[in-house]
Ligand binder design. Structure first.
Ligand SMILES: C[S@@+](CC[C@H](N)C(=O)[O-])C[C@H]1O[C@@H](n2cnc3c(N)ncnc32)[C@H](O)[C@@H]1O
Length: 315
């Protein structure tokens, strides 16, 4: 078996597990925009990865801006675009904590970040900088659709989920573990193993990282501090007609955020003293559990019935 450490070097395998809900996600985003936002065509995807949603949105006629910390992921994103889509898409290397483009200020109809990538931001300062920066780019009635799992700090056992996918003749088995959350440090240890077997191939790609943790109160406080209000909350079932019920114990959340009236300030982007979250290499090891859970819960075909993704949140 050959060991590898960067699953972002192989987005085709990553997407075989986590990228199977692309059409449903794009449908959901359009429905949310029509219901809560402007319904307009300027979209922004922070941490767009290999561009599956960028391409899907562009194929629907949207103008799309996307950025990612990883040049390798952006290269994959560029490759998958048709010439017509390329004319509607702008991709750039950047970090969630820092991204700012003057031409987009106050112009974005829909920003989205669906698969827990937000939890890579490893400090309150970094998360705040990202949310404030994204808020500045939104139209006053634009929306930021942010999906991630809330944390149950009382959890006493680690979590494990397993999914199965295929890429051509290659079989992909994905196992993700989330250790116990550390309430004081505000983080959970994550580990993902992708085993890929096929003709002449037996790879194990193992990635470890930490995800920042949020309970509902912590998330709400952060959004308020960033000048964003929660218009609605959904779960990873992506049903625009089924917002999360009051008192629900499910932890998978999709928040629909909008600039708080009067919260938009002009001027230079806010700086953060937050440490660099991850460099390209390191990030390979920090890839996403979040998306794993969400996408996998919904799409990857479980080999042996794993917890249904949403169920992991005590639904
Ligand atoms: C789970 S993938 C999600 C990709 C894409 N949004 C999707 O849904 O397919 C997470 C992405 O976040 C990027 N990333 C991680 N930390 C980042 C940061 N601080 N700033 C920008 N991108 C980051 C990684 O390079 C990776 O492409």
């Amino acid at each position: 078996m050959e060991k590898r450490t960067d699953w972002y070097e192989h987005p085709e395998y990553y997407e075989a597990i986590f990228g199977t809900d692309t059409v449903r996600e794009a449908d959901f985003l359009q429905a949310l925009s029509a219901r809560h936002g402007t319904g307009g065509s300027q979209w922004l995807e922070p941490a767009c990865g290999a561009g599956r949603l960028v391409a899907e949105a562009a194929s629907r006629g949207m103008k799309v801006a996307g950025y990612d910390i990883s040049e390798a992921m952006l290269a994959h994103a560029r490759k998958r675009l048709t010439p017509a889509e390329r004319r509607r898409v702008k991709l750039a290397p950047s970090r969630m904590e820092e991204f700012f483009v003057p031409e987009l200020e106050g112009r974005v109809d829909v920003a989205h970040n669906l698969v827990s990538t937000f939890r890579y931001l490893d400090s309150e300062a970094a998360a705040l900088a990202h949310l404030k920066g994204t808020r500045r780019l939104l139209k006053p009635n634009g929306i930021y659709v942010l999906g991630f799992h809330l944390t149950d700090y009382s959890r006493s056992v680690p979590e494990h989920e397993r999914w199965l996918g295929r890429v051509g003749k290659d079989k992909v088995v994905c196992n993700t573990h989330e250790g116990l959350p550390d309430r004081r440090a505000r983080r959970s240890p994550m580990r993902n193993r992708l085993r890929i077997t096929g003709p002449g191939k037996d790879w194990l790609i193992e990635t470890t990282w930490f995800f920042r943790t949020y309970d509902a109160v912590q998330a709400g406080k952060l959004f308020r501090n960033a000048g964003l209000r929660v218009l609605a909350a959904y779960d990873f079932d992506y049903d625009v007609n089924s917002p999360v019920a009051r008192g629900s114990r499910r932890l998978d959340r999709v928040f629909v955020l909008q600039p708080e009236p009067g919260a938009v300030e002009q001027g230079t982007p806010e700086k953060t003293s937050a440490p660099k979250v991850m460099a390209t290499k390191k990030q390979a090891s920090t890839e996403k559990v979040t998306s794993v859970r969400k996408a996998s819960a919904q799409k990857a075909k479980p080999e042996a019935a794993p917890k249904k993704k949403p169920a992991r949140g005590n639904s």
